[in-house]
Structure formats: C-alpha cells, structure tokens
Design a protein. Structure first.
Length: 254
C-alpha cells in the first residue's frame, strides 16, 4: 500500500492524510500516482474532462499514459485535486526510429478485452434465452444471463452495489445495469470504465432506457460496450465495442 501524504485544505487549512491511488498498468505492474509532497492542492470548483486526467509514466515499462487525477475530500466539504510529479520531457531519439506513440489525455488507456486462447472464431452459440423484465432485479438477472451466454461463465451479482454502481462481476468482466426510465448519463459510463480499469477487466453497460448523447460518445471513446434491453430481456448492441464483444465473446459459453 502506498504511504499517505499530508494534504492541507485551502479552505479551512486542516491537514488531511491522503493515500495516493494505485492503478494497474498495461504491463501488469501496479502504478501508484506520484503525488508531489509539499505541492499546493487546487480546489475543484468546475470539473472538466481534460482536467480530470494526469500524465504519468510507469517506472517498470516506461509507458506514459493518462490516468485519473488524484482527488482528496476534506471534512469541511472542499474537494481538491492533488498535484502529481510532472513527467520529465522525453529526450529526442538518437536513432532514426520514431518515438513510441502514447495516447492523449482525451483517449486514456483501457483494459484489453479478455482474449481467447485460440485465434479461430468463437464456437456457434445456442439461441439466447431472455428473462422477461418486470422489476429492476430482473434487469440485472437478464444482463447476467447474457454475459454468461457470451462466455463469462462465472458472472455473479455483486454482494453489495458500490457507490460506483457495479452490479455484476466475473473473470475478466464487470458490468453495470441501469434499470431506470431515464437515459444513462455520461458520469455512469465513466464510473463503469474506471471500475473495469481497476479490475483489469472489460466494463460492460446495460440500460433499459438508452443513453444520453454525450454518454454514448464517451463510451465510444473509451471502448465501453453498450447494450439496451427491452422488456423481453433481450440485450441489443448499441456501439461497435458491443458488436466486437458479441463477435469475440469470452470463450465457449458456460
């Protein structure tokens, strides 16, 4: 676990202990946000997508990517963004080879979909048997059955729905289900993606009422598979990521 650092609230001047978050790098190594000791935290008044990410380089593999900016909350109600150590400028390559590509903050890294051991097409699946939706619980059940049909055989309902909204977990997959009658929001998509990132898993979203336009755009950028469900309990793919998940699956159906 990373050591905590003191963060002084700019509003009440209270000093709070803050433990920098750790995320899994694409190379598999744990990457702890390099919080700047003694740096001045900045109160978050207006959130922006660009301002919510910081560039950090993995000390193990040298990969530089955009990660969620560390934030700390104070008892007085102030939320601050904790500064991190800036990534040093990369020296110009001495050879004629181009420098390695790295994604921009607008396109943060995403966990790779669970791959099948063989390179061939997935086996033919039997017809999906939908679960008629009458309650919110039925929505979660239908989503679980669909993920199992895709090959995530050990998918199970989360014992407790976290604040981030994880409803289903399985090997290589986390899923969130929105059974409400309003369109799923951008924030819910981002939370689902972060849960997938933290678990090194594919994050999948199921919605009964569809998605807001900005939520759909963000899901496309983050490659989050989106599905909508009708009252028959049959999920339908909404974006390319969902079509790819159907085509690739997670292996033979369980």
């Amino acid at each position: 676990m990373a050591d905590s650092v003191p963060v002084r609230c700019p509003t009440c001047r209270r000093e709070n202990a803050f433990t920098p978050p750790t995320f899994p790098c694409a190379c598999g190594a744990p990457l702890t946000m390099p919080v700047m000791r003694g740096g001045a935290p900045v109160e978050i008044v207006h959130r922006t997508w660009e301002g919510s990410w910081v560039e950090v380089r993995c000390e193990d593999c040298g990969r530089q990517d955009a990660w969620p900016a560390p934030e700390s909350g104070c008892a007085c109600g102030t939320v601050v963004r904790v500064p991190v150590v800036p990534v040093p400028a990369s020296p110009k390559p001495l050879t004629g080879r181009p420098a390695a590509h790295r994604p921009s903050p607008a396109a943060p890294p995403r966990p790779a979909p669970t791959s099948r051991p063989d390179a061939g097409p997935p086996p033919e699946r039997p017809a999906f048997r939908p679960v008629t939706i009458r309650t919110a619980r039925d929505c979660v059940t239908a989503a679980a059955q669909y993920l199992k049909w895709l090959g995530f055989g050990d998918v199970a309902r989360a014992q407790e729905r976290t604040a981030a909204g994880v409803d289903l977990r399985g090997t290589g997959v986390v899923a969130q289900v929105d059974p409400s009658t309003r369109a799923t929001t951008l924030r819910e998509i981002e939370c689902a993606w972060l849960n997938g990132l933290a678990d090194s898993a594919v994050a999948v979203f199921f919605s009964l009422a569809g998605y807001a336009r900005d939520a759909r755009s963000r899901a496309d950028a983050l490659h989050v598979p989106l599905f909508v469900m009708d009252l028959t309990g049959t999920p339908q793919p909404v974006n390319d990521a969902a079509d790819e998940l159907i085509a690739e699956g997670a292996g033979p159906p369980g």
